[in-house]
Design a protein around this ligand. Sequence first.
Ligand code: ADP
Ligand code: MG
Ligand code: ZN
Length: 635
Amino acid sequence: MFFNQDKKPERTAAFTYVIVVVIIMLLINAFILPAIVRRNIRDVDYSTFLNMVGNKEISTAQINSDYIYFSDKATPENSYRTATFNDPDLVNRLQASGCEFGTVVNRTSPLENFFFGWVLPLLFFYGIGVLLSRMMMRRMTGGEDGGGLFGGGPMMSFGKSGAKKYVPSTTSIKFEDVAGEEEAKQLLEELVMYLHDPKKYADIGASCPKGALLVGPPGTGKTLLAKAVAGEAEVPFFSIAGSEFVEMFVGMGASKVRDLFNQAEKNAPCIVFIDEIDTIGKKRDAGALSTNDEREQTLNQLLTEMDGFDGSKGVIILAATNRPEVLDPALLRPGRFDRRIPVELPDLEGRVAILKVHAKKIKVADNVDFDAIARTAAGASGADLANIINEAALRAVREGRKFVIQEDLMESIEVVIAGYQKKSRVLSDKEKLVVAYHEIGHALVAAKQNNSAPVQKITIIPRTSGALGYTLQVDEGDKYLMSKEELLNKIATFTGGRCAEELVFGTITTGAANDIEQATKIARAMITQYGMDEDFGMVALSTQTNIYLGGDSSLACSPETATQIDAAVVRIVETQHDKAMKILTDNKSKLHELAKYLYEHETITGEEFMEILNSKPAYGTEAKTAADETEENPN
Ligand code: ADP
Ligand code: MG
Ligand code: ZN
């Protein structure tokens, strides 16, 4: 990897490595080896040497022009050294002592020196280099093993970009697998036709859009659509996530981009799909403190590659994101991602279609009413709906059934929305009663304001999400516009729970936290976004970001205005709270009756609710309410 010719950063890394190795080896040869050799040799003075010779303690002696090296008989592993002395008698003395002696120029052979000083360390560092580069390679290519430090080259030319190459037959996903999303499919159809026959377009001189950007909330089928385009066009499909370009080393991401496009060009016609492109396509802003060189280089490379593409070749670049507003404008200009394909949350019809597509994979009873399920699952994304179907199948297995029935589906919607039933959480009777009144409060306020959607189901069985009870509201159709009255009624409905608590128990609980949050959010949006307050008028007082990810808004106004907005929000919520209070006071007997029913049954359906609401007071007695009962037995 390091020695790949066209990879500048890799070459630099290898170069650095070699320099470091050479320095280390020089140090070894200059200091460490001599030190090791020297450590075993003891310097003694000449008189000691002569004494030992006289005592016949010496076994061997080697003499050169500077030193006499010798060892004694008792401890042959010890070596001694003494400086050579002008001593003409030395030879006789040594002979008399009976030791072996001679002259050496050098104690170790130069060959040996060279081997231990250079060859062995070199081998050692080469081994470490290979290991290191392998490890890095594995990190970069996600499991693929490439060459070593000095063994780069052809093994890495494929799969370097980390893009998975899909063979046409393996992506058997077709447009029919993507339900709803008709507009998106229509826009993509043209790309498919182009991929089928690029020549037809080239003949007339038309160039196909180079890139299409799929934008929409999470789970709406963007990735699925991209795969379906490849499946329909029957061309190779290169898929890579934006995050895979983000590398530790500056320049790596850019080289990956280069690589990906090289591969694509070789395999044209084909599709390159960059998922979650916002990770690399973020706006390059000059003012930011933490400029991300790596990301910027990668983005620049991407822009360059898209420009350098021959449009007639038949390579189409698809990308998906749920944060289109953070993308760099250069990425969106014509000639790059010039086509923007919105992939929105499915409408009622779309939800039914998606449910049916996924229901094909499981066994479903004949009488399942997908329409009713789709209605209940308002606001669900394709991924949610797929999840609902799967949860229903799991539930059917748990219940020991061979196929899925309506009840499984309905229950699984609640599971997906509110989590599983939490059987272990036991509410005290008093708590249960408060929750019952709270939920009925919501429902009653909703039902009495004729503009509000009717209630589908109310339950006070605790859920794993933490909800102690909830009211499932159902929109009859899809709503794209909300009037001011509807928004106000919605706020009133949110306050209804708290109102019921106040009205019946004369005290308030923590249970309304989420309601308060929602009500406040609506009230604030009415003022700052929708221009629905007379005092502020049609002025945008906040900016919206992340619309596909829940939406964050930040105020764009002076602190004084912000203070006024806060006051206005309080006013709106308070007015609606009063309205809800009045509705509940006017219908107090129904409130008691419904709460008692819910307290006893734990779950009440929309029909039961309306039945009780519209009937003459019959269920229970008016005089003796559920609340009165527990007050009589305070436990
Ligand atoms: P995203 O938009 O976040 O990329 P995906 O394409 O990954 O969403 O969708 C996730 C899953 O949700 C898919 O695998 C599919 O099962 C399901 N899904 C989403 N939208 C649809 C749809 N329109 N039709 C059928 N299934 C869908
Ligand atoms: Mg996706
Ligand atoms: Zn509530």
